[in-house]
Design a protein around this ligand. Structure first.
Ligand code: XMP
Length: 312
């Protein structure tokens, strides 16, 4: 904690020295890295920081709301909230191929952010990013990961990257010292394309909604069971197929929900935890009772390799 405080003091001074009275733009996804950078910059330069949160409609339940609540309501930040749900879902309609979905989401994300950046560009000289040390060292060729980069040449800003020499666990310690809520600091990794790669095949709004609700139940039960900070990643996947069931004496023909939970060190290999049967049963019962459109629940036992962590 003392080290975290020393780091914060040092970075506050460094950021102030770097940006002076100029403005700084930040794409605030709500993930650990961008949230910690936001909190740090709010402390250093207050309203000179302009945060842009793009809700692509593929966030988990309550996530965008939490970003607005923590940064706008509690920290009084200069936050632009963009609900781009319709733009993304319209573009994705009928698109089933996973890498195409990723490319559409990544490209549209940059486009929406660029539009917001243009609105304030005359005023802004700096772009803050939540780059951390492993981002600099690693590059993953298997899937098309996206980050903010790729802005056009006439929108080039000088970078502010205050956590670029930290590892993830250090970023969390700094976030805690800055007063970010535990749920945000301990947040599990969440892919840029979000629920878009967990609503398998061509995304439909009703199936996406069922996925979001089932995933919220899973997260709630994991938190209650004390597993939230212990299992590395856990989420629900809803495939684009139906299965037969019987509900209230009538035939049902609805979607299955697949529970995925993994432990890993570096995401290159992963194992599946032996979850408590009573917990799995409780999650199953709740999803079946509370989520319209889901009539079956399964637990994915596949380690990586052979299965990747995500289904797409
Ligand atoms: P896989 O599925 O390749 O996932 O075993 C390894 C880790 O990477 C995350 N992941 C992504 N993150 N954009 C991201 O930002 C993506 O397109 C993407 N695909 C997978 C995944 O959640 C896991 O943590």
């Amino acid at each position: 904690p003392e080290l975290a405080q020393a780091f914060i003091d040092e970075q506050v001074d460094a950021v102030r020295a770097q940006v002076g009275d100029k403005k700084v733009l930040l794409a605030l996804s709500g993930g650990v890295d961008s949230s910690v950078v936001a909190a740090l910059l709010i402390k250093a330069i207050g309203k000179q920081l302009i945060c842009v949160h793009v809700n692509h409609g593929l966030m988990r339940k309550g996530e965008s709301e939490q970003v607005v609540d923590v940064f706008k309501n509690q920290m009084d930040a200069n936050l632009v909230y963009v609900d781009a749900t319709d733009r993304f879902l319209d573009l994705l309609a009928g698109v089933a191929e996973p890498e195409r979905k990723r490319k559409i989401i990544g490209a549209e994300f940059i486009r929406v952010f660029e539009e917001e950046a243009r609105k304030v560009a005359d005023d802004v000289d700096f772009l803050a990013q939540g780059t951390i040390y492993p981002d600099i060292v690693e590059s993953d060729g298997v899937k098309a990961h996206h980050n903010v980069g790729g802005l056009p040449d006439d929108l080039q800003f000088e970078l502010v990257e205050p956590v670029r020499l930290l590892f993830k666990d250090e970023v969390r310690v700094v976030g805690r010292a800055l007063g970010l809520p535990e749920g945000m600091v301990e947040r599990q990794p969440f892919p840029g394309p979000g629920l878009g790669v967990r609503c398998l095949g061509a995304i439909t709004r009703d199936r996406l909604e069922a996925l979001r609700e089932a995933d919220a139940i899973l997260r709630e039960e994991f938190a209650e069971a004390g597993l939230a900070g212990k299992v590395w990643q856990y989420f629900v996947v809803v495939p684009d197929m139906r299965a037969t069931g019987v509900r209230d004496g009538k035939r049902a023909y609805d979607w299955p929900a697949i529970i995925r939970a993994v432990n890993t060190v570096d995401a290159m290999t992963a194992t599946v935890p032996e979850l408590d049967w009573a917990l799995l049963k409780k999650i199953t019962d709740r999803i079946l009772a509370e989520v319209p459109g889901i009539c079956r629940v399964t637990y994915d036992l596949t380690p990586k390799p052979v299965g990747t962590i995500e289904w797409e």
